[in-house]
Design a protein around this ligand. Sequence first.
Ligand SMILES: [Zn+2]
Length: 280
Amino acid sequence: MTLYGVFQVFAFVLGLCLGSFLNVCIARMPEDRSVISPRSRCPHCGHPIRAIDNIPLLSWLLLGARCRDCHQPISVAYPLVEASTGLLVLLVFREVVPGPSALDGPHLLAFAWYTLFVTALAGAALVDARHHIVPDEFSLWMIPVGVAGALGLGFLGPDLAPTWKQSLVGAFAGGAFLMAVNAAYWLVRREVGVWPGDVKLLAMIGAFLGAFPALILVLILGSSIGAIVGIGLVLATRHGGLKMALPFGPFLALGGIATLLFGEPVLRRWTEAFLLLLPT
Ligand SMILES: [Zn+2]
């Protein structure tokens, strides 16, 4: 196996472990419990989970999806979150470190920084989908991480990350845009349109991806995915007067992930078109 292959396996395993950590976050963060201690317990019998039964993905398979102590089924959601986070981090690695020639310190640091970004996005999406809140740990607290990382990576090389100015403007633009939407919504409908958690989440995405043109693509992708899922849910439930609050956070997060992984060709074309408009 080549060194680049070894690093890809490492990225996938790192993602599995981060996914396992996210499972703990999903269960504990909405109740403001610590995500560090105590050890996880079986939700049915309360028995602490042994280290050997806590290996991401593998333990679930080896245990046959049942608790070793009480033999109650363990939800498939756990290994699914672990496997998808593993795949996500692997894709981020292949995007940020595009080949063996890019296997150097600066690119690996950029990979670490973007891994923090997508882990926070996955965490925000999962907790919001399940409990309708976006924890500050995955949004507000990540904004300084984004700006500081953009500043540091800027010293190490060009194009590893947005410039720190782009990052700072991105954080402000993301927050300000959704606050403006909220103000307009309040004037027209007299109700809250966008929750504060979503405002902080888009500010965080702006800090990692930069303001223009990335945030526009994030919003277009996020709203489109949200609309498709929303229409799908309405059709699936066939409820004429269905009034269901669909959280926006998961779609913003998916928009951010899609922009990072697949947005580059679109963003490059937009930037070129924009530069043509500028007077020379
Ligand atoms: Zn049990």
